[in-house]
Design a protein around this ligand. Structure first.
Ligand code: CAA
Length: 257
């Protein structure tokens, strides 16, 4: 399948998607959305793929939704078509996705990174929600996911002023899980993804589901949900294999990978 705005590759058991609109700092337009959904669907269907890495260029992960595409849109039309709601599908991919962010992750770019399961940032990364400076607000989840990730004070600061935060501040705030030198970014993300891909797929997918449930429910319901998933994993041969391998002091050979 030929992509216009992405480079889609496999590295071992990892799917690597690189946003590729350098002339627009990887601004996210409708073609990127369509192609990203296709790439994720293909990786989801591919049994050999256990995790996905989403990245951009050294200069920009993505500088936001495409302002030139949005500029002349009218309220009635975007309301009727529920403009940008398709990005919700991108956030719903069931295999783990790691964002490897270098350079600008602004507006929709920051929001796309936050749709991933965790973010590894290069020291050059800059995160922000500058929509307010365009006379709008975040529209791909920024006001919700950023607030959950970094808390109200930092989210309000970023969303109301439109300022950028650097990688160190993003790590301090809990938005990113690791910061690495730019030249290590892709290798670090691929190694994390390969580690995930080597584990038992049902447990990986359930772990993702359980953590995500924490954002949707009460503590009591979340604990019950987690426990039921935990119980259900005892129906898998991988639980038997993982625990036997520990006791026998050997590496597990999981069936469901
Ligand atoms: N949409 C469309 N094109 C964009 C873009 C965007 N979000 N961001 C950058 N570009 C284009 C620029 O127009 C420019 O193209 P031309 O050479 O054809 O003029 C090219 O990318 C390079 O950009 P700059 O010349 O501006 O590069 P710079 O290094 O001077 O500045 C920047 C970099 C600070 C990231 C600046 O490009 C910028 O501020 N971009 C816009 C950031 C932004 O406001 N993002 C939010 C978009 S709205 C949104 O995302 C809504 C939502 O939540 C759904």
């Amino acid at each position: 399948m030929a992509y216009k705005t992405l480079i889609v590759e496999t590295r071992g058991n990892v799917g690597l998607v690189t946003l590729n609109r350098p002339q627009a700092l990887n601004a996210l337009n409708s073609t990127v959305l369509k192609e990203l959904k296709e790439a994720y669907a293909a990786f989801h269907a591919d049994e050999a793929i256990g995790a996905i890495v989403l990245t951009g260029s050294e200069r920009a992960f993505a500088a936001g939704a495409d302002i030139k595409e949005m500029q002349s849109l009218q309220f009635a039309d975007i309301y009727k078509s529920d403009f940008i709601s398709g990005w919700d599908d991108v956030a719903k991919v069931r295999k783990p996705v790691i964002a490897a962010v270098s350079g600008f992750a602004l507006g929709g770019g920051c929001e796309l990174a936050m749709m991933c399961d965790f973010i590894i940032a290069s020291e050059t990364a800059k995160f922000g929600q500058p929509e307010i400076t365009l006379g709008v607000i975040p529209g791909m989840g920024g006001s919700q996911r950023l607030t959950r990730a970094v808390g109200k004070a930092k989210a309000m600061d970023l969303i109301l002023t439109g300022r950028m935060m650097d990688a160190a501040e993003a790590e301090r705030s809990g938005l990113v899980s690791r910061v690495v030198p730019p030249e290590r970014l892709i290798d670090e993300a691929l190694a994390a993804a390969e580690k995930i891909a080597s584990l038992s797929r049902p447990s990986v997918m359930m772990a993702k589901e359980a953590v995500n449930r924490a954002f949707e429910t009460t503590l009591e319901e979340g604990l019950r949900f987690e426990r039921r998933l935990f119980h259900s994993l005892f129906a898998t041969d991988d639980q038997k294999e993982g625990m036997a391998a520990f006791v026998e002091k050997r590496k597990p050979a999981f069936t469901h990978r």
